[in-house]
Design a protein around this ligand. Structure first.
Ligand SMILES: [Zn+2]
Ligand SMILES: [Zn+2]
Length: 347
C-alpha cells in the first residue's frame, strides 16, 4: 500500500484516509482521489463454485474451441492480402483503411490472443501450440506482444485488482493526472501505450524464451513484407493496431470490463453486438468465472446459469461506456477496485 509523502510525486502524497476526506471536500466536481480499496477476495472464485455445484454440465464447455484456429488464420490471411492491396495507396488512404478496417481486425486479433492465452485453441495438453499459434495471430498487429501478454494476463485472473500484480489497473500517476474530460480523452487515445508500458513500471518480469521467439518471428515477417511491398503495409498494420486500441468503439471493452460504474461492483459484462467481432470478450463476468471456457461458448454459460448473471449490473454499449468514462466525474482511471495480496507485501 502506498503511504509515501513525496514532494516530487504529488500523486503519491496521500494516504487513503486523507483521500477520502479530499474526495468528500471536493464534492460533485472533484472526481475520485484514489482507487476503491477493498479487503475481501475477488468475487469470481466463490461464484464459480456455486454455479458449478448447481450446473455441473458447465464443465463440458471447458476445453478447446476447434474453430478458433481457422477463424484466426482467416483473419491473418485477410490482413496479408490487405497489405498487398494497400502497398501503393496514398498515405491518407493508408491511415483511413488502417482505422476503418485493418485496426478492427487487429483489435479483434488481440482478443483472439487473449482467448488463446487461456489455451483454448489447442487445449492445455498442447500448451506450447497455443503459445506459437498466438505468435501467428500476433503477426498482423505488427509489434510482438502475445508472449508478454500471456505472462501478465495470468496475474489479472489470479490476483484480480492486486496492487502491483494486476497490470490492468492504472498507476497512481494515471489516476491522479487523467482526471478531467479532456485528459481522460487523451488517456483513452494513448491506451495502447499505457497497456504496453505499465507492466514494465508496475511489475517488471524477466524476458523469457517465448518472448524472444515472438520478437524474432515478428521482425522476420515485418522485414519480408517491407522487402516486397515497402513501408506502407507496415504502417497500415501498426497504425491500425495503435489507433483502434485507442479511441475506437471496440476499445470500450477495456473500460467496460472492470471500471467501477457502480460502487462495489468489480467486473461487468457487455452483451451488445460487438461481441460478434471480439470473440465474446464482452462476456467478461462469465470469463472471469470460467477462464478455461472459450469465448465462443460463454453465451451458453450465461444461458445455463442465467439467474446468476441476469440481475448483475451490465453494459449494452461500449461507445456509451467510453462517453460516460470521459464525462462522468465519478469515473476515471482511479475508478478501480484494488486489493492487496500477501505476495505484494514481500520484498
Ligand atoms: Zn478482466
Ligand atoms: Zn482472460
Amino acid at each position: 500500500m502506498i503511504h509515501i509523502n513525496s514532494p516530487t510525486k504529488p500523486w503519491l502524497s496521500h494516504t487513503h484516509t486523507q483521500t477520502h476526506t479530499q474526495r468528500d471536500a471536493m464534492g460533485k466536481s472533484g472526481g475520485r482521489g484514489d482507487f476503491e480499496w477493498v479487503y475481501d477476495d475477488q468475487p469470481h472464485t466463490s461464484r464459480r463454485k456455486q454455479i458449478l455445484a448447481k450446473y455441473p454440465e458447465i464443465k463440458s464447455l471447458m476445453g478447446p474451441d476447434p474453430q478458433l484456429k481457422w477463424v484466426v488464420s482467416g483473419m491473418v490471411l485477410t490482413q496479408l492480402l490487405a497489405c498487398y492491396l494497400v502497398r501503393d495507396l496514398s498515405w491518407k488512404w493508408i491511415f483511413f483503411w488502417s482505422y476503418a478496417f485493418g485496426g478492427c481486425i487487429n483489435h479483434s486479433l488481440t482478443l483472439a490472443i487473449h482467448d488463446i492465452s487461456h489455451n483454448v485453441a489447442f487445449g492445455n495438453k498442447l500448451a506450447k501450440w497455443n503459445r506459437w499459434f498466438a505468435m501467428w495471430a500476433n503477426l498482423p498487429i505488427g509489434l510482438p506482444y502475445s508472449a508478454s501478454f500471456k505472462k501478465y494476463h495470468i496475474d489479472h485472473h489470479r490476483y484480480l485488482g492486486g496492487d502491483q500484480l494486476d497490470v490492468d489497473i492504472p498507476t497512481d500517476f494515471e489516476g491522479w493526472f487523467f482526471c478531467t474530460p479532456a485528459r481522460k480523452l487523451v488517456w483513452l487515445f494513448l491506451q495502447p501505450f499505457f497497456y504496453a508500458l505499465r507492466p514494465l513500471v508496475v511489475n517488471p518480469k524477466p524476458v523469457g524464451q517465448l518472448e524472444i521467439q515472438n520478437a524474432v518471428v515478428q521482425i522476420v515477417v515485418d522485414s519480408i513484407i517491407y522487402y516486397f511491398w515497402g513501408l506502407k503495409p507496415i504502417v497500415y498494420l501498426i497504425a491500425g493496431s495503435i489507433l483502434c486500441m485507442g479511441l475506437h468503439p471496440i476499445s470500450g471493452h477495456f473500460i467496460a470490463e472492470h471500471y467501477m460504474f457502480l460502487k462495489g461492483h468489480e467486473t461487468y459484462s457487455y452483451y451488445g453486438p460487438l461481441n460478434l467481432i471480439t470473440f465474446n470478450v464482452g462476456y467478461h463476468m462469465e470469463h472471469h468465472d470460467f477462464p478455461s471456457i472459450p469465448g465462443s461458448k460463454l453465451p451458453q454459460v450465461k444461458e445455463i446459469a442465467s439467474e446468476f448473471y441476469d440481475s448483475l449490473p451490465q453494459h449494452s454499449s461500449w461507445t456509451r461506456v467510453l462517453w460516460d468514462f470521459v464525462f462522468d466525474d465519478s469515473i476515471g482511471p482511479y475508478a478501480r477496485i484494488k486489493r492487496e495480496y500477501k505476495l505484494s507485501k514481500q520484498g
